[in-house]
Design a protein around this ligand. Sequence first.
Ligand code: 13P
Length: 339
Amino acid sequence: MNDLEQTAHELVAPGKGILAADESSGTIKKRFDSIGVESTEDTRRAYRDLLFTTGGAADYISGVILYDETIHQEALDGTPFPKMLEQQGIVPGIKVDLGAKELANTPGEKVTEGLDGLRERFADYVELGARFAKWRAVITIGDGIPSEYCLWTNAHALARYAALSQEAGLVPIVEPEVLMDGDHSIETSFDVTSRTLHAVFTELRDQRVHFEQMLLKPNMVLSGYDASGRAGIQEVAELTVRCFRRHVPAAVPGIVFLSGGQTDEDATAHLNAMNAMGPHPWELSFSYGRALQAPALKAWAGDASNVAAGQAAYLHRAKMNGLARSGSYSPDLETQVAA
Ligand code: 13P
């Protein structure tokens, strides 16, 4: 196994998954607004410090995705954040896309930008200690969309990013996110996720990306959040696994799901149900942002005297998702462990 394959396997080690803490300045401001905290360089640093100094997190967290500002920052004790993570055996990664922008000639659809100068930016991130990267494409379900144009344009960009990432020696996390906003059925979600994965893996193959040296970060196959009669845990798990078995080569070491606005406990329960159906050709793990951080953010509320409470809340979610890696989670544990 070469270094990239080793890193990819390390990121999907048994019982562990990834913390996505790579919120852009705009997104973290939204999160801080929800708890009434002003978003400044110092408050963002204090919050990331809370997460990254949580004792015991490394038992469940294999890697952390950082944002450009954070990878340049130092923890409150003066240690650069990437170094602080490595010291705990947690692999530092970096979000390298520059966000999803309007896609020309197709109202309501987006394309992710950030390819220009990416080779040079990768070189800088390697210097700063990053060992893996992330690029997120956004696919919207709506009236007559997604178009094939949108799917293939985003897939092409994802593959260009992934090839450059591997060239730079970083494991690319390839993230095509089909949004679950709307009232669409789970069948529509299955269909759109299938079309998306078909385009993504065709482009990855055409652009000579090494499947053994990447991870896929997709949405789960869910009913739209506003749909009536939404599918339950078991149906979500079955349709999600069926969809990915059809489209993701077994050479890919792992699929690390995003939480995408699911409740914390749903995100855990869905992952658990899928792993209980295993074994699968790839590891099925998590790369959650909101579903790992929401209770911690609330408990912290910007107050230094709440750091321990915030860390306990984060550690609890990390542990629950760690258990879901082997199908060993049960909702009963939520109250037992928290007590
Ligand atoms: P969520 O788990 O909050 O969807 O975030 C994961 C992520 O990294 C989205 O790009």
